[in-house]
Design a protein around this ligand. Structure first.
Ligand SMILES: [Zn+2]
Length: 313
């Protein structure tokens, strides 16, 4: 049997027919059009999925289920999307609507959770029964896999690591709280910290990286300059690594998973990031003499969204 996975994003919906090992056998794509009503958006997705099945020479009898990952919050029991800002969805009956076109079990969950599931089935944490996936991009997303299954919480609102609080009365966050993890561990945080320091250190090579325009500064600029040894960039990178190390240690101290997987845009800095994180985390681990989670980089890249969604059950 095969499963269909949908990776629903703010600019496009990528989908695929996925086998049990997590291979994508056929692909489809719909451009996100947020000006359309929800029911019309779902109709386009379902039609694209039906075309994909036909194009690949499959029949609906070959398809066991359909899963979707959304950048938002879903109710796993009802299959409703409670909240997905990018698409303008609020309390929409995704499962019910999709099943009007394809009458199969339909599952829906948060996109970071879905990516974590993909890594645990076909990626770097395959074979482990517990793992926590942390995606480091503009914000911080996370997915918890326990006993080989997604853990989204008793009410579907768990695994919001990015909005757990790292600093008392710290930086204001988009969520309304202060001091959230994503204010210190994301690409946005790296840029903010670099801008703050650059006022006092105009000699930094970062000024050249962004051509003197701080609006053009990216997290990649900062990480690349830190790798080159630029003192200002190194200072920002060290602060970022300290915050990320403490965050990961918090996860380990609470859940003690087998693997921590780092994904998202910032994790593309590869070994430079991974080595720094691996050196930082043990400082904050409680039981230092005992084994703790392996820390690895995600392996599946952009396909994790499709593969993980297909694996939802
Ligand atoms: Zn927050």
């Amino acid at each position: 049997m095969y499963r269909i996975g949908l990776d629903i994003g703010g600019t496009g919906i990528q989908m695929g027919i996925v086998d049990e090992k997590g291979h994508i056998l056929e692909r489809g794509e719909v451009v996100t059009n947020t000006s359309l009503p929800f029911s019309e958006q779902v109709r386009q997705m379902a039609e694209c999925a039906l075309d994909m099945v036909k194009k690949g020479g499959y029949s609906l009898l070959d398809i066991a289920s359909i899963g979707a990952g959304v950048p938002g919050v879903a109710d796993q029991k009802t299959g409703a999307v409670i909240y997905c800002t990018n698409l303008g969805w609020k309390h929409v009956p995704f499962r019910e609507e999709f099943r009007k076109y394809i009458d199969k079990p339909v599952f829906v969950d948060n996109d970071a959770t879905v990516a974590g599931l993909a890594e645990s089935v076909a990626g770097v944490s395959a074979g482990s029964s517990s793992s926590v996936f942390i995606t480091i991009g503009t914000g911080i997303g996370s997915g918890i896999i326990l006993g080989g299954r997604v853990w989204s919480g008793a009410h579907g609102v768990g695994s919001e690591l990015g909005h757990s609080i790292l600093e008392l009365d710290g930086e204001p966050c988009t969520c309304g709280n202060h001091g959230c993890v994503e204010r210190y561990c994301s690409a946005t945080a790296i840029i903010r910290m670099a801008r703050e320091l650059l006022g006092r250190h105009p000699e930094s090579m970062l000024m050249d990286s962004c051509e003197g325009d701080l609006k053009k500064l990216t997290a990649r600029h900062v990480i690349d300059a830190a790798r080159e040894g630029d003192p200002t960039a190194v200072k920002v990178f060290r602060r970022f690594i300290k915050a990320l190390g403490q965050t990961i240690a918090n996860v380990i101290n609470i859940l003690d998973p087998e693997v921590i997987v780092l994904g998202g845009g910032v994790a593309k800095s590869g070994a430079f990031l991974l080595d720094a994180v691996r050196a930082e985390v043990p400082k904050y681990i409680l039981y230092k003499e005992l084994p703790y989670a392996h820390i690895e980089l995600a392996r599946l890249g952009a396909d994790a969204g499709i593969i993980g969604a297909a694996m939802l059950s």
